[in-house]
Ligand binder design. Structure first.
Ligand SMILES: Nc1nc2c(ncn2[C@@H]2O[C@H](COP(=O)(O)OP(=O)(O)O)[C@@H](O)[C@H]2O)c(=O)[nH]1
Ligand SMILES: [Mg+2]
Length: 633
């Protein structure tokens, strides 16, 4: 089963809708206003089924210049263009504009139906054909079939259908390695079913029960039902005209231009970098900050254009542009877009999206130009490397890379693996990746920070991990954890609890400092279960300060003093003895209360209560009312 999408194109009244009806039997002018006025205003849909399982989906677009916006929404996802040119009128303004749009969207192939042949003399027909051939010469339709037809006489209809089917069979199968996307072109409600959205499925596959998100709104939902050509189906795949019935979504919460995709798969963008081509027949040069209408998928958003390497882009020139979008667009790098000038409203250019989450750059600097050239012309591996380089020390989640690179999920996975093998990419874990240079920079920065810390704080055993991470530019947590693990494994860094130090760092005390530290330690050992406060203990050795004093902290870091609560420290050996006594007591007596421990240790409440709470916290004892029992006993 193959699905190929054909879009009509051409000037108003040249016979597009009549031709689609003659080919398929479907009248695509379905709106009452379209019937009354006899013109196509919005998109219409029909299809042809060939005997070999080929389905040709036809999107019929309006030709009127006022509705080019709707035309653009329809041709975003097409494979083939069916240019319709009336033999009696020949090439007209929207013939050219639609042709330009199809070229800008990089539609690969198509054909021309020269309609209303019953109204043209053979000589005239000959002339128009030459004219058309000349028009198509420089475009993707150069040398394509030109089929004369008439819906009045039926002339050429069979040939046209055959030519269309032949081209459709030659369209390469769509890649299956792509994020599923349905750019919405219609939203409506059906009584008893709720909200239905339709569109041409641009990539991937959707099935009933799939969890989806409507972008850029952030509305999450589930596919309750799915229809193709008016029949309920279990799944739809790329190229099919698809209607999705969305569970619990308000009609008013969605509109044309929104995109359905798996939850979390896409990234709405307010800034986008792209290649930018100004059509040779654009009415004037494009200047920095010009306001344009930006069309991508089925979306139209106003935008300001910024030029990267010049003040003005002349008609016919190609360069790069940065678009500041006035509402978020939902697209992937690699998508083609079209721009139309604000006024008069005409198609002036377009290009390929390169980056939908562009890094900060000085706009006119050479670095931005080099960056964009790389994204535009580099190999897949270079493009991925550039994205990771720009992600810097924070690295990037694989899911985010999927949403902001032109690669399908499988290709991205393969490129990342190759990068890891080549040594340019570092896998923090299977979901997080980092450029090697960024890792190297973070490593030297971290080592320099540790060195500086030790120089400034010779008596401190190390710096807290969080403090170090914050000094290292708030390094990303997983990246930083991986870095420290690596440095520890190499033996360059030691970490104990939440403290980190260089392995080579050792505290060196002066003779005076050593005397104070030794004295403090001796005092605490003798005081046993009734120690002095840090202030008192320090004062006894002629030092003014509290527990934060660096000499006091030397003992704490060394775990010779143990903090039981703020301002209350015990010598580690004393504390071990106390614990042993409490455990022995509990084994013999089952439980102990505050007065029990007072008696056991011969200390006041001031020490008894904090000690019991400490043993609770250490999971030695378990509190039961005012009493403690042995945990696990
Ligand atoms: N004589 C003649 N008239 C045609 C032919 N095809 C379309 N028309 C007429 O041209 C007008 C415009 O046709 P329509 O299909 O609406 O053009 P569209 O605007 O390109 O969709 C209608 O009045 C049609 O009946 C044809 O082959 N021969
Ligand atoms: Mg029409």
């Amino acid at each position: 089963m193959k699905h190929v999408v054909v879009g009509t194109a051409g000037h108003i009244d040249h016979g597009k809708t009549s031709l689609v009806k003659a080919l398929t039997g479907t009248d695509t002018d379905r709106l009452p206003e379209e019937k009354a006025r006899g013109i196509t205003i919005d998109l219409g849909f029909a299809f042809l089924e060939e005997s070999d399982g080929l389905t040709v989906e036809i999107v019929d677009v309006p030709g009127h210049e006022r509705f080019v916006k709707n035309m653009l929404a329809g041709v975003g996802g097409i494979d083939l263009a069916l240019m319709v040119i009336a033999a009696d009128e020949g090439v007209m303004p929207q013939t050219r504009e639609h042709l330009a749009i199809c070229s800008l969207l990089r539609i690969k192939s198509g054909l021309v139906a020269l309609t209303k042949t019953d109204l043209a003399e053979p000589d005239w027909l000959e002339l128009v054909q030459e004219d058309v051939r000349a028009l198509l010469e420089p475009t993707f339709l150069s040398g394509c079939p030109i089929v004369p037809v008439s819906v009045k006489t039926g002339q050429g209809l069979a040939e046209l259908r055959t030519a269309l089917a032949e081209l459709a069979r030659a369209v390469p199968a769509r890649s299956t390695d792509q994020t599923p996307r349905l750019p919405i072109d219609r939203v409506f409600t059906i009584r008893g079913f709720g909200t239905v959205v339709t569109g041409t499925l641009a990539a991937g596959r959707f099935a009933v029960e799939d969890k989806i998100e409507v972008y850029p709104r952030g509305v999450e939902s589930r596919v309750r039902g799915l229809q193709v050509h008016g029949h309920a189906v279990e799944a739809a795949s790329a190229g099919q005209r698809t209607a999705l019935n969305l569970q619990g979504v308000e009609r008013a919460a969605i509109e044309r231009g929104d995109v359905v995709a798996p939850a979390g798969a896409l990234l709405p963008a307010l800034l986008a970098d792209a290649t930018l081509e100004l059509l040779a027949d654009a009415p004037r040069a494009l200047k920095v900050r010009d306001r344009v209408r930006f069309h991508v998928g089925t979306q139209e958003v106003m935008a300001r254009v910024l030029l990267v390497d010049r003040a003005e882009l002349e008609p016919g020139q190609v360069s790069y542009g940065r678009f500041r979008l006035e509402a978020p667009i939902v697209a992937l790098p690699g998508d083609r877009y079209v721009i139309r000038s604000y006024s008069p409203i005409v198609t002036i250019g377009g290009g390929t999206l390169l980056d939908i989450a562009p890094p900060r750059f000085k706009r006119k600097g050479p670095a931005l130009l080099a960056h964009l050239r790389l994204l535009d012309q580099g190999t897949a591996a270079q493009v991925l490397e550039e994205h990771l380089r720009q992600a810097g020390p924070a690295g990037a989640r694989a899911a985010d890379l999927r949403a902001r690179t032109p690669f399908g999920p499988d290709e991205l996975r393969r490129l990342l693996e190759e990068g890891v093998k080549a040594g340019t990419v570092l896998a923090v874990d299977r979901e997080w990746y980092l450029h090697r240079d960024a890792n190297d920079r973070l490593r030297s920065q971290t080592l320099a920070l540790l060195e500086a810390f030790h120089a400034d704080n010779p008596l401190r055993s190390g710096i807290s991990r969080e403090e170090l991470r914050s000094r290292a530019g708030h390094a990303q947590e997983r990246v930083f954890a991986q870095l420290l693990t690596g440095l520890e494994a190499e033996g360059v860094v030691r970490s104990e609890r939440d403290q980190v130090r260089l392995a080579a760092h050792a505290i060196r005390l002066s003779a005076d400092q050593q005397r104070v530290v030794d004295g403090l330690e001796a005092d605490y050992r003798e005081a046993r279960a009734a120690p002095a406060s840090p202030e008192e203990a320090l004062a006894r050795h002629g030092v003014k300060g509290n527990e934060r004093h660096e000499l006091y902290q030397v003992l704490v870091a060394d775990r010779r003093l143990v903090r039981v609560r703020e301002g209350l420290y015990f010598h580690a050996l004393a504390l071990a003895d106390i614990q042993e006594a409490v455990v022995a007591y509990l084994k013999a007596n089952k439980e102990i209360g505050p007065s029990g421990i007072k008696d056991l240790l011969g200390v006041s409440r001031k020490y008894a209560i904090p000690l019991l709470e400490y043993f609770d916290a250490q999971r030695v004892t378990l509190r039961q009312g005012e009493h403690r029992v042995l945990r696990g006993a």
